[in-house]
Design a protein around this ligand. Structure first.
Ligand code: PLP
Length: 402
């Protein structure tokens, strides 16, 4: 099909040309004396993206799923109790992993479309006087339902209960896009993957561990080999890895970090907030609703749009892809057919999103969903025009300056 594929799934996201170019490198010796020149700065720079003042970053050749496993196995022992709310497919899969690793998971089922219930978490922790619960597991941004949880509120609930459990946060579809303040929220283990806010292909699983998490590794008895923090720390101390690293991805990461810092993290968060708000205006104009049940749960990286009951969201996705070269995210598990998802994270601007909204409108109309052509596009435009970017400085054209 002619023209570019419009990639609007919530990961993998568009890889900027600058990042792509930086990954086209000849292979090199990862044990050379020059190699640490590339790697050494990646760790403190990644820490900056996590907004972590004290702690350590681990970069595995893996994905978000591997980073989940690394966080769990390095800090817990089989039979340890953990508390995990479940409100979407990714919290479900993480819980499944915990159970398969032999952890005793207290699952807190929440309606899909809502986020982590800080109050209930606080109550459960207060009742756990013996402090048997070792970890609280939160998916910051549930990509399956387009719901963002309030990590600060969960931390306040934990502190209010004076409970010493470690706080584990899945930041796979939030880091580098949504506000993430690891030290301020006293997150102990934060995990992410490379293919979302970091604007890279999949292939890196990244964990940031607090000093408390690092201390917990000494007692943790879960079996680990490939993901052992201790092996990584030893090798990373000199800028090396315990095995062959994913070299082009490390060059890509160097560039994507540069791009995030050039724009400024606060501006990156503001851009995502603004773009997401425009998408939500489009959903309202279509007469549809988001899976997120209240405004406080709205995700600024992915919008899950509920389709009318008599229609199938999978059909919208298929038509969008085959006729209009537009990739939208599918409804997962319980939500299959009930919704489609528009990913709006990473390297993205208003005009790219307007193209995606136009394609979505066409695909919806084609499968018989009653939407006014252009209504969502107009609503998003109106929003973006009336809410000018505060954070970006625009230089006047040369002719004006002369
Ligand atoms: N957690 C969340 C919130 C995700 O969105 C995903 C993937 O989309 C994962 C975990 C799993 O990550 P990966 O597919 O990189 O293993």
């Amino acid at each position: 099909m002619a023209g570019r594929n419009f990639l609007f799934v919530p990961g993998p996201t568009n890889v900027p040309d600058r990042v792509l170019r930086s990954m086209v490198v000849a292979m090199e010796d990862h044990r050379s004396s020059r190699f640490p020149e590339l790697t050494r700065a990646l760790f403190p720079d990644m820490r900056r993206v996590f907004q972590c003042t004290e702690g350590e970053v681990f970069v595995f050749p893996s994905t978000g799923t591997g980073a989940w496993e690394a966080a769990l196995t390095n800090t817990l022992s089989p039979g340890d109790q953990v508390l995990a709310p479940r409100y979407g497919q990714f919290s479900h899969l993480w819980i499944d992993m915990m159970q398969r690793l032999g952890l005793e998971v207290q699952v807190l089922d929440v309606e899909w479309g809502e986020g982590a219930p800080a109050d209930r978490i606080g109550e459960i922790l207060r009742a756990d006087r013996a402090h048997r619960i070792k970890g609280v597991m939160i998916v910051h941004n549930e990509t399956a339902t387009g719901v963002t949880s309030d990590i600060g509120a969960v931390r306040r609930a934990m502190d209010g209960a004076r409970h010493p459990a470690l706080l584990y946060v899945d930041a796979v579809s939030s880091l580098g896009s949504l506000e993430f303040r690891m030290s301020e929220w006293k997150v102990d283990l934060a995990v992410t993957g490379s293919q979302k806010g970091l604007m890279l292909p999949a292939g890196l699983g990244i964990v940031c561990a607090s000093p408390r998490a690092l201390a917990a590794t000494k007692q943790a008895k879960c079996k680990r080999v490939f993901f052992d923090f201790a092996d990584m720390r030893r090798a990373n101390a000199d800028g090396y890895f315990p095995y062959t690293p994913a070299l082009p991805l490390l060059y890509g990461l160097r560039t994507s970090l540069e791009m995030l810092f050039e724009e400024g993290l606060e501006q990156v968060y503001a851009r995502h907030r603004r773009l997401a708000a425009g998408v939500r205006e489009a959903v309202v104009a279509w007469g549809l609703r988001t899976c997120a049940r209240e405004a406080r749960w709205h995700s600024d990286t992915v919008t899950a749009v509920m389709v009318p009951p008599e229609t199938n969201g999978a059909q919208v996705i298929d038509v969008a892809f085959r006729r209009y070269n537009l990739a939208l995210g599918a409804g997962l598990s319980k939500m299959a057919g009930k919704l489609f998802r528009i990913g709006h994270l990473g390297d993205l601007n208003e005009l790219m999103l307007l193209g995606a909204l136009a394609g979505t409108e066409m695909a919806m109309a084609d499968v018989g969903i009653r939407v006014e052509p252009g209504s969502g596009v107009a609503a998003a435009q109106q929003y973006w025009r009336s809410a000018p970017v505060q954070t970006r400085r625009v230089a006047p054209p040369k002719a004006v300056m002369a």
